[in-house]
Design a protein around this ligand. Sequence first.
Ligand code: CDT
Length: 312
Amino acid sequence: MPPRKITVGAAQMGPISASDDRASVVKRLIEHLKHAKDRSCDLVVFPELTLTTFFPRNYYEDEAELEKYFEPSLPSPATQPLFDTAVELGIAFYLGYAEKVEEAGETHHYNTAVLVDKKGEIVQKYRKIHLPGHADHRPQFSVQHLEKRYFEKGNLGFPVTRAFGGIIGMCICNDRRWAETYRVMAMKGAEMIVLGYNTPTRPFWAEHDNPQSDFHNHLSMQAGAYQNCCWVVGTAKAGIEDGAGLIGGSAIIAPTGEIVAQCMTRDDELITAEADLELAREWKENLLNFENNREIEDYQIITQQAGITPPE
Ligand code: CDT
């Protein structure tokens, strides 16, 4: 089969302070798109919660202070220039944001990402399923992780969509640490999985930075790519945000599990690679061949229980 190549970019963002307004962030995103155009990108992947600081590290008493991080619409007046520039340059993008939505007369809050095609149309939406952290206020932690307080679990499953001549799947940050995330999308034919992340250098339960956090970031994405024969594009928000550290290490990973491009800074940085989606199909068919080799009668425990049942 002839190659099916797309040029993909991971547009890592450096820190975004709580005092930075949307316009200043959108300006930085547009700079990324311009560089991506110079490098002939078809698709650019921005981070999780791209438009704001990683606010779940803070406990907010004041509802209004929290609500300012959420987008009631997308595109919004502030993000419209990003959509316009992407259309003008002919670049598709993945964008993570905090979504506030009215559904069936109720207000919901999700940690969401959209896939926007080259015409500026949202072709797929994903709402984060694996929400890490805690829901209660834990002032004893120097950096909290309140995603379970501020967001509801996503209700759209793990979506994949036909786009750019291939099959593209979406997830967000903590999802990348779960084997099930990749497998579900691979079983829907995903050839490339795109994701954004905000990974604190110091886990919420610890008093020190985790020296293995960069290693675990790559380990989980490389394993997901190899074990499912997918391209994986993971993009960080990185650096010191209002005194709290976030890892970098944004990476583009081939279906072989090899990193083909990796960010070296913890600032705004674009990496790109030409991804042959045919490689994903070929390896999935030959190395794994799910249909011939998956032994589903022995996997039932995976969907029947969440916790561990050790032998007596
Ligand atoms: N944003 C997000 O999901 N962060 C989590 C932190 C988990 S603590 C190790 C992550 O998986 O990176």
